[in-house]
Design a protein around this ligand. Structure first.
Ligand code: ADP
Ligand code: ADP
Length: 218
């Protein structure tokens, strides 16, 4: 579960996140919808402890990120799928991440299989399609087998087939009881992906509820 309470973040004179209160439940795919610049990425960074709020709080399974005893096993994220060492293979990237985080190497093969990249594990990431790069990002987020997952625009730029593939994966992860929190700036895309919905604009909450209720209202 993710619980934000009056969460606020300012950058100079810009209030990127403005008193935001919402809940993302376990066992559900929660969409996080808002136009570009609405504050989605900033909110995700606050959830992950990559930034400090100026007001309010955000809890991951009841605890602020920085106080989690085992953060990698609690929360995983893909904030963007650009790889800094594209000359290396997908498997090398995951092995490096596993090694630097004390995760057994065997887990790398499990997450490769989960995202359907086993057959291209030896291929250099620069030869991956965008969809494959996104799946590698999801694999990286899954290394610690976390209960809570955050994905920033995971289907952005993908073809319909790639979108459908990732959607199915997100549903499967939620069906296992995980919290899946996924951002987008496109409602039609979210409507096909998310069961619950949090909508923000200019850092403020516009809607929180089920996707069905939101679609019925609009
Ligand atoms: P979204 O992810 O919804 O596109 P962001 O969270 O990236 O929105 O941005 C929200 C607002 O905060 C925007 O006005 C953006 O320009 C501003 N912002 C985000 N990060 C920074 C930063 N590091 N420094 C200054 N302004 C920022
Ligand atoms: P930089 O990207 O500036 O080289 P990093 O902090 O990313 O520095 O990495 C530190 C070291 O770990 C470097 O020697 C780099 O080659 C290695 N490394 C970083 N990321 C990866 C990765 N994804 N796969 C394999 N090795 C990596």
């Amino acid at each position: 579960m993710i619980e934000a309470n009056a969460l606020t973040k300012r950058y100079g004179t810009t209030t990127a996140v403005d008193g935001l209160t919402f809940t993302a439940r376990s066992g559900r795919v929660t969409g996080f919808l808002g136009p570009n610049g609405a504050g989605k990425s900033t909110t995700m960074r606050l959830v992950l402890g990559l930034d400090t709020p100026d007001g309010g709080s955000v809890l991951v399974d009841g605890v602020p990120y920085r106080q989690l005893k085992d953060p990698l096993r609690t929360v995983g994220a893909m904030l963007d799928a650009t790889w800094r060492h594209p000359g290396r293979s997908g498997r090398d990237h995951l092995r490096w991440l596993a090694a630097t985080n004390g995760i057994p190497a065997g887990r790398v093969e499990e997450v490769l299989s989960l995202v359907g990249l086993t057959s291209v594990a030896k291929t250099r990431v620069l030869q991956y399609s965008l969809g494959m790069q996104q799946r590698l990002g999801i694999a990286a987020a899954m290394l610690g087998d976390p209960r809570v997952l955050l994905f920033d625009e995971p289907v952005n730029g993908l073809d319909p087939e790639g979108m459908a593939w990732i959607r199915q994966l997100l549903h499967a992860l939620a069906a296992e009881g995980r919290t899946v929190f996924v951002s987008s700036h496109l409602l039609p895309e979210m409507a096909q992906t998310a069961q619950d919905l949090v909508v923000i604009g200019r850092g403020r909450l516009i809607y929180q509820g089920t996707m069905d209720d939101f679609v019925a209202r609009t």
